[in-house]
Design a protein around this ligand. Structure first.
Ligand SMILES: O=C(O)C(=O)[C@H](O)CO
Ligand SMILES: [Mg+2]
Length: 256
């Protein structure tokens, strides 16, 4: 049975970030994820997790300067030093929060650019090595280029090929159902074919990224498929609630 994690970057926006932990617990979640914890000291996050009995499911490595347009550093040869420093930062937060996996964003680059591809391979080897020594998995996530134009990793097949090529035991696929449907469709077959590579799943309705069950896919059927495949990892609820977060949780209560 998948375990659901509230994505505190997108959900519970009615509250300040540090108050979203309590709100998620109150709404029935036992786990949380978010994009970045770095605006807050690791101890502050750890305290919230502890106080509310929450498991940290996932967060991302620092992505560079998000406000200036960075969307990760891993495939950017000119930012290799910054990427190395970002691993140390993420691992400090990993230690404090007890998270079991971190997502590495590739950045904006072309996969046809040999230097970018080399930088990406090097970056993944490096982060998998450092994270693996602490028992953590590293995730890569194909992201659709309507939401993130120019994103390097915009193809599930390319992600699977890279994981196979690199052969790193703790490198896994972050299967975001929303991105998969926009990029390729064929969601159930994608889950079946890639099941052995999947280290984390996220869900949102397509195309508006609202609550599951409000878009073009039968999200309940997708979740049942995950269950049938024996997936017992986290499903991050990475959607923007159409209204108050709490009012839109009927889909979750219906599934659980
Ligand atoms: O956008 C997503 O789907 C993600 O999961 C990334 O972590 C951030 O863009
Ligand atoms: Mg995602």
């Amino acid at each position: 049975m998948p375990r659901f994690a509230a994505n505190l970057t997108m959900m519970f926006g009615e509250f300040d970030f540090l108050d979203r932990f309590a709100a998620a617990k109150h709404a029935g979640f036992d786990a949380v994820e978010y994009l970045f914890p770095y605006d807050y000291p690791p101890e502050a996050i750890a305290e919230k997790l502890h106080d509310h009995g929450l498991t940290q499911a996932l967060f991302n490595l620092p992505p560079g300067d998000w406000a200036a347009g960075d969307r990760g550093l891993a495939a950017l040869p000119a930012r290799a030093e910054e990427f190395r420093a970002s691993i140390d930062t993420a691992l400090r937060y990993a230690k404090a929060t007890g998270v079991g996996r971190v997502h590495v964003m590739s950045g904006l680059a072309s996969r046809q650019d040999a230097a970018a591809l080399d930088a990406y391979r090097d970056a993944l080897r490096r982060v998998c090595d450092a994270a693996g020594a602490r028992g953590l998995d590293v995730l890569i996530e194909p992201i659709n280029t309507r939401d993130m134009p120019g994103y390097f990793l915009d193809d599930f097949g390319a992600a699977a090929d890279l994981i196979a090529e690199l052969g790193l035991a703790n490198l896994k696929l972050q299967f975001d159902i929303y991105h998969r449907q926009i990029l390729h469709g064929d969601v159930l077959m994608g889950l079946r074919e890639l099941a052995s590579l999947i280290g984390h799943v996220q869900i949102a309705a397509v195309p508006d990224r609202h609550e599951p069950g409000t878009g073009e896919l039968d999200d309940m059927r997708v979740l049942r498929e995950l269950d049938a495949l024996g997936y017992d990892g986290f499903v991050g609820c990475e959607y923007r609630p159409a209204g108050r977060t709490e009012d839109g949780l009927g889909w979750l209560r219906a599934f659980a």
